[in-house]
Design a protein around this ligand. Structure first.
Ligand code: MSP
Length: 612
């Protein structure tokens, strides 16, 4: 705290416009921020660029990649819309880990406030019991969806409460909190006072289509207006702060239209963190929840403190959020952080909505798709792949079961699964499932290897730029190219030719054919790694088929996508389908007379085995 009182040096990283998340290409700017700020003099933010010393460079390289999802409201169990952000975040986290980054992937649940208290009451439950139950349903779903988070923060966790109170006190001591009356129209589902101009008929919230309620309260206010200029300057200097770029305009126009101080306490809500020095009020749920991104960094065993939590990885590299909560993350949150003298996150990415009949899928509208049902029916890889591949990250996307089945069948079962299966089948039949040559030698003189190298590099760039759908597309193109290569070479017929020709000629033909199989299997190895951020379990199944152990799979990094990993002598596993085709309802009905195929492995219902 002594350092805080004396003023502390904050290091800020402005992002490279071409590759916003690559910290190696960041320009470092330093400034001196004073934690004690007078109300008249807003903090200068990142004012001076300086040359980066080698020590600083290595410190930057060692900085963890801190990635967050929103903390989900526990008014109801998760739906596919909430799962969407987390799936995307998990893919990004896995990709960064493949690059060798130390990743801290934070998710959790937002458990305070009026909406949660009302949901608990509606279920005849206490808020605490209700939160335990629903929070657990998120944990369970994340497990079923193969989400590998590092920290799960609940805003009812005592360490979170301690950090919120410390932060609040710091902002108050900086002169940014004052008491006043507030009157306005409140949307309980958004947990936000609304501007009358943005409401529909009967003062209905445009997102939740429910009327807002008139409220008048004696509250504590945060002096957001004081940060108008610093925020404008921050965005002007660092346009990558808000992504995709088209969302920046929206944020800039909010700021330009004038920032109004907002109420950060509630006199009528008991279910929340008491305001320090006024236990009759609780802290506004958004002021509370945003701090979960910092309190999550606090170690369970240590005495919670803002300073310690911040030193464990703040500022975050990336906040992933839906576009509906952009104002909180790109306006309120940076202003709160400036007030407390803390660094700003490097990027806020606002993705679009999953919609049903054009309306945002949501708990309040009750038009949701159950992620549990999808996972039980189709498996986690299919669900993860479909939403990442089909919804361009940033835009909206509509779900339809037909489309879901068509996409995952065409891409995962046919293009990738079949290619691996038929290649392994041929290798088993003709070479006892053993590679007789290194893949680097097998590929000499072919252009296929160049194609794979180009596509996997494209996938890397796409992942880095958060173009997740394009990354999937690039990987899929590898398997499409592999299928075309196999079809062009038709090794099955060459094997037959080999058998019919003279011994010498047969050997030559067979060598060519074996080369082809090795080349395809090497491409499959590359696909497995490159698609593992999106389909981790499918990728492991591919790796296992190629004769690798689980440890080898987990040890793989992005550099292993370089051509040449498969060596002569490697023995492949018994060919088994890695992704079974999903039978659509109509297909199933048309097949009533057909004999049932045996299901191998533990595969989700409605998937049926594809033969090589
Ligand atoms: N509790 C706040 C976030 C606090 S973060 C400090 C909240 N919770 S929420 O459960 O309502 O929403 C969480 C996230 O899920 C938001 O990013 C929201 O955009 C996202 N989604 C909710 N429905 C969605 C869709 N139908 N489609 C895509 N994402 C959606 O807001």
């Amino acid at each position: 705290m002594a350092a805080a009182a004396a003023g502390a040096r904050i290091n800020c990283f402005f992002l490279n416009p071409i590759n916003p998340l690559n910290s190696k290409t960041t320009t470092r700017l330093t400034t001196h921020l004073h934690f004690r700020l007078s109300r008249k003099t807003p903090p200068t933010f990142c004012t001076r660029a300086s040359a980066t010393t080698p020590d600083e460079t290595s410190a930057a390289a060692n900085d963890p990649f801190v990635l967050t999802t929103p903390l989900y409201y526990v008014n109801a169990p998760p739906h596919m819309g909430s799962a969407y952000t987390t799936i995307a975040a998990d893919a990004i986290a896995r990709f960064q880990r493949l690059l060798g980054k130390r990743v801290i992937f934070i998710t959790g649940t937002d458990e305070h406030g009026e909406k949660i208290a009302a949901a608990a009451a509606a279920n005849d439950s206490t808020p605490a019991q209700h939160c335990d139950l629903i929070s657990q349903s998120y944990v369970t779903l994340w497990k079923d969806l193969d989400i590998g988070y590092d920290k799960f923060i609940r805003t009812t966790d005592p360490k979170h409460e301690a950090i919120v109170k410390e932060f609040y006190s710091r902002v108050r001591d900086n002169g940014d909190i004052y008491r006043a009356d507030y009157q306005g129209l409140y949307c309980i589902n958004c947990e936000e006072y609304k501007d009358e101009k943005e409401l529909l008929e009967n003062n209905c919230c445009p997102t939740h289509l429910k009327p807002c309620v008139a409220r008048k309260e004696d509250n504590f206010f945060f002096a957001l207006s004081k940060y108008q200029k610093p925020l404008e300057e921050t965005l002007a200097k660092n346009p990558n702060f808000v992504q995709p770029s088209y969302r920046l305009n929206e944020v800039q126009s909010w700021i330009k239209s004038g920032l109004r101080d907002f109420s950060i306490s509630r006199a009528l809500v008991d279910w929340g963190i008491p305001v320090p020095n006024d236990s009759k009020q609780t802290i506004y749920v958004w002021f509370d929840a945003l701090l979960g991104y910092i309190s999550a960094l606090s170690e369970d065993m240590e005495q919670p403190s803002l300073e310690r939590a911040v030193s464990s990885g703040w500022p975050a590299s990336l906040h992933l959020i839906g576009k509906d909560i952009l104002r909180f993350h790109a306006v309120y949150w940076p202003a709160m952080l400036m007030s407390a003298g803390l660094g700003l996150p490097k990027m806020v990415f606002g993705h679009g909505f999953l919609t049903k009949d054009g309306m945002k899928m949501g708990k309040s509208l009750g038009n949701t798709i159950e992620p549990n049902d999808l996972v039980q029916k189709f498996g986690s890889d299919a669900v993860r792949y479909f939403f990442v591949r089909e919804v361009e990250f940033g835009g909206d996307g509509d779900y339809s079961e037909d489309r879901f089945i068509n996409i995952v069948n065409a891409h995962l079962a046919n293009s990738i699964g079949n290619l691996l299966n038929r290649t392994l089948g041929l290798l088993k039949k003709n070479c006892q499932s053993t590679l007789v040559i290194d893949s680097s030698i097998a590929a000499e003189g072919t252009t296929f290897k160049d194609t794979v190298e180009k596509l996997v590099e494209k996938a890397r760039v796409d992942y880095e730029n958060l173009s997740l759908s394009s990354a999937c597309e690039a990987v899929l193109e590898i398997s499409n190219a592999g299928n075309s290569y196999m079809d062009g070479r038709a090794p099955w017929s060459l094997f037959k030719q080999g058998g019919a020709a003279s011994e010498a000629a047969a050997k030559v033909v067979i060598l060519h054919v074996i080369n082809d199989l090795v080349i395809i299997l090497e491409a499959m190895r590359v696909i497995a790694i490159a698609l593992s951020p999106v389909t981790p379990s499918l990728s492991w199944r591919i790796y296992r088929q190629l004769g690798y152990s689980k440890d080898q799979f987990y040890a793989a990094t992005w550099s292993d996508t370089r051509w040449g990993g498969l060596k002569g002598g490697q023995v492949m596993a018994q060919p088994q389908p890695i992704f079974a085709r999903i039978e659509s309802q109509t297909e199933e009905e048309n097949r009533v007379e057909a004999p049932k195929k045996v299901k191998k492995n533990k595969l989700p219902q409605s998937q049926q085995v594809v033969e090589a």
